[in-house]
Write a protein that binds this ligand. Structure first.
Ligand code: ATP
Ligand code: MG
Length: 356
């Protein structure tokens, strides 16, 4: 039910009017014994006094309260139209209404400053975004340009390696060059995939095989290090709908992070299993761990604590896993190690570009 609107002047004056009427009634009762002419004069004077009191109260109230209220209302209307350059004039008064005016003007001042700050921030972010977009284009262009000659170099190295006698000391160097080429290729792939992501090509296949390929590649990277990479497969695992290239990339990124976190000797353990309607891949290491305050940031693009890292590995891994309708979790204890868990549903709810 709508509330009845009563003017504030009426509310303020009603009690005064009632008191004055009561007074008049008292006067009438008290003057019954007087002569009529005297009585009329007294009552007329009392009535005129009552009216004068009402009028003066009304004028005083209008001056003290109504004027600032009307001004405040006008200024609020201006603010709602987006104009923040408003201030009320009654802030000079030395009473509570003046306090209200001063608080209002102070609030407006703060609002103007916040708006200015937001505008500046927005402008810098926009120009940063433009810069990043340009940089992204430049980087992907470069990545493409580097890939072709790199493939050529990889081919030549392969041939040289094959022609070298097994006892030649150059064999080790050829192997190192091959590893470096793989590393550059991985960075380029991450960069291209981040800049121009493509939806996963879902196919029902054996997740054990996908993970095994990534483990084999990572093992090549640790041949000369005292690091062991254990793989525990799940032979009974039903086929999982996934893009094997992309999941391969995810596991490889997790494995390389694990390997890079180990200083000296250590173990990386990869375990595939199933939980409910998901297949799980757990990659755990005995490395240095991740400090609590960094755990929130490690999935952000370009977050890295490594001198030569791009910081794209985990952000890409998470994006790929989420596009598979899966999840990725991390647990870490500084000084003990880190564990990443990837959950992939056996059947993706929505199939992107399925080609089964
Ligand atoms: N297993 C791990 N142990 C310790 N720290 C880790 C581990 N995995 C990730 N991190 C931390 O998370 C950061 C981000 O990892 P991410 O893979 O995204 O980038 P990066 O490894 O630094 O660079 P890139 O993968 O592009 O070469 C790392 O720099 C590292 O500090
Ligand atoms: Mg990484």
């Amino acid at each position: 039910m709508e509330k009845v609107r009563v003017k504030w002047q009426l509310k303020a004056l009603l009690p005064v009017v009632l008191v004055l009427l009561g007074g008049l009634l008292l006067f009438t009762a008290a003057t019954v014994s007087y002569r009529n002419t005297e009585r009329n004069t007294i009552l007329m004077l009392a009535g005129a006094g009552a009216i004068a009191i009402c009028a003066v109260s009304l004028v005083v109230l209008a001056y003290l309260i109504q004027r600032p209220m009307v001004e405040l209302q006008e200024k609020v209307a201006l603010i709602s139209e987006g104009d923040l350059n408003v201030a009320v004039s009654f802030s000079e008064r030395n009473d509570e209404i003046g306090d209200l005016g001063r608080n209002f003007n102070h609030m407006m001042q703060q609002l103007r400053e916040s708006r200015k700050e937001i505008e500046t921030m927005h402008r810098t972010q926009m120009s940063r975004a433009e810069h990043l977009a340009t940089l992204g284009e430049l980087a992907t262009g470069l990545a493409h340009e580097i890939r072709n000659p790199l493939a050529g170099i990889a081919g030549v190295i392969e041939i040289i390696g094959r022609d070298l006698p097994a006892t030649s000391p150059a064999c080790g160097m050829v192997k190192d060059v091959r590893l470096e080429i793989n590393q550059i290729n991985r960075i380029l792939t991450d960069l291209l995939e981040t800049a121009r992501p493509h939806p996963p090509m879902m196919m029902r296949s054996n997740l054990n095989t996908t993970v095994e390929h990534a483990v084999m590649l990572a093992r090549q990277q640790v041949l000369s290090k005292p690091i062991k990479i254990e793989l525990h497969q799940a032979p009974q695992l039903p086929e999982v709908e996934h893009d094997s290239d992309q999941i391969h990339q995810v596991i490889l990124n997790l494995l390389l992070n694990a390997v890079q976190a180990i200083d000296g000797d250590g173990t990386v353990r990869v375990e595939i299993s199933s939980r409910g309607d998901c297949a799980t891949i757990v990659v755990s290491d005995t490395g240095k761990g991740i400090p609590e305050q960094q755990l929130q940031q490690i999935f952000r693009p370009f977050f890295t604590t490594k001198g030569n890292g791009t910081g794209l590995g985990l952000s890409l891994a998470r994006r790929i896993v989420e596009e598979h309708h899966g999840r990725i979790h991390v647990k870490s204890v500084v000084g003990k190690g880190t564990q990443f868990e990837v959950l992939l549903p056996f059947n993706a709810p929505v199939a992107h570009g399925e080609s089964s």
